[in-house]
Ligand binder design. Sequence first.
Ligand SMILES: [Zn+2]
Length: 418
Amino acid sequence: MPAGHAYGKINIGHAASLLQTNTPEAMEFIKLNFIGFILCFLAIIFLLVYIIKSWNSNPKKSQYLFLIAFILLNVNSYPKRFAIAAYMRFTEAKTEVEILKNGISIKDQFTILKKDIQYENILVIIGESVTREYMSVYGYPLNTTPWLKNANGDFYTNAISPAPNTFLSLPRTLAKFDENKKEAANNIVNLSNKAGLDTYWVSNQGRIGEFDTPATIIAYHAKHKFFLNNGDYESAKNSDDFQMLPYINNIIRSKEKKVIFAHMIGSHPNPCDRLQSYPLNFNTGNKIIDCYLSSIQKLDSFIKKATEMLEQNGKPYVIFYFSDHGLTIDNSSNPVRHGNAYRENYDIPFFIIDNKSQKHRLINGQFSNSAFLSKFSERIGIEYKTPSDGMRSLDNVVYNGSAFIDYKTLPNLKIIDG
Ligand SMILES: [Zn+2]
C-alpha cells in the first residue's frame, strides 16, 4: 500500500514532515500517500454514515453495513493500521517539537575554554537532499560539480548524516542533541554567540510558525534572521537558492567577525522545482533524475559564487558545506525520494574551503555529521566543553526514524549514471 510502498513503514520523520504542513517535504509525503489518505478518508466517512444511518434505520440492514465497516476497519486492514500508525507518530513528532520549543528557554551549557578565531567571515552552508555519490567531485562520471572537482579545500569522502530527513537530521547535526531529553539547547548558534561571533541565519526553506521545525528553533537564537520565503508550499516551490547570494554578500561587508548560516532548499524532491532559471544540463532518459543532477550542478555554481564573493571581500574566510541527508535515486516511477533503508540515504558531501586552502585534498576517514559541532569549532579555533562531552561516539550509527542502526549493515543502491 502507498505509505509502505513509498517509504517503508511510517516513522516519526514522516509524521514530522506532515506536521511541517507548509513545506515541500509534507507535500511530497501527501502526494506519495495519496491513495492511502483517500482510503482512510473513505473508511472514516463510511463509518460515520453507518453510525448515522443505524441510528434510525432498521437494525437488520445496518447489521450488513456494520459487517462491511467491521471488515474494512477492524480486520487489521490497511486504513486502520495506517490511521493508528499515523496518529501515534504524529503524537510523537508533536511531542518532539514541543520539547524542542520548550528548549528555546533552556540555557546552553557551553563553557568556552579557549578561542583564537582566525576567520572574519564564517559561512556554514546547510545543503538539502544531496547524495554524495551523484557529485563528480566524489567520482560520479557525469560532471555535476565541475567547479568543486578542482577547488582547493578539504573534501571528506565518507561522511554520513545522523538521520535520513531534515527534521530528524538537523537537530542531531547542529546541536549536541540530547536524545533522552530531546534537547537542542547546546547548538551551534548558541556556541557561536557565546564565542563572541555575530550570527546570521539566511534560509530559503519555509518558516511556517516561528518555531515549528527543529531548524527554525535553532535559527531562533541567531542575532539576525532572514527567511526568504513565507513558508507556504507555493512560495517554497518558487524560491531560488541563488536569491540568498545578495543577502550573504551584504552580510559579509559588516565589520564584526561573524557566522552566516545559509539554509538551502537544494535538491529537495521534486528537484525539477529547484532549478528555476538554471538549465537542465543532463540527459539520462529520466527527466526527474536529470533535474536532480542539474540541481547538484546548480549547487556547484552556488558555492563557486559564494567563494568568489568572499574572495572579493578579501577578509579571511571559511566555508563549511554539508547536506542534511541523502536520498533514494532509482528507476522507479518516483525516482528521487526520501528513504531510510540504504547507505545512500545517509551518504552526504562534506567539505571545508578557506582562504588558505592550497590544494584539493580528499580525506577518507568515516564519521557521522553528529560530530559537526566539534569539526566546526576545531577549524575556526574555539575550544569548549559541555557536561555531555563524555557521551559515546556515534561514528557508524544512524537514526532511521524508529531505531538506531549500524550504517555498515545497510545495503547500497545501484548508482544511476546515464
Ligand atoms: Zn532534508
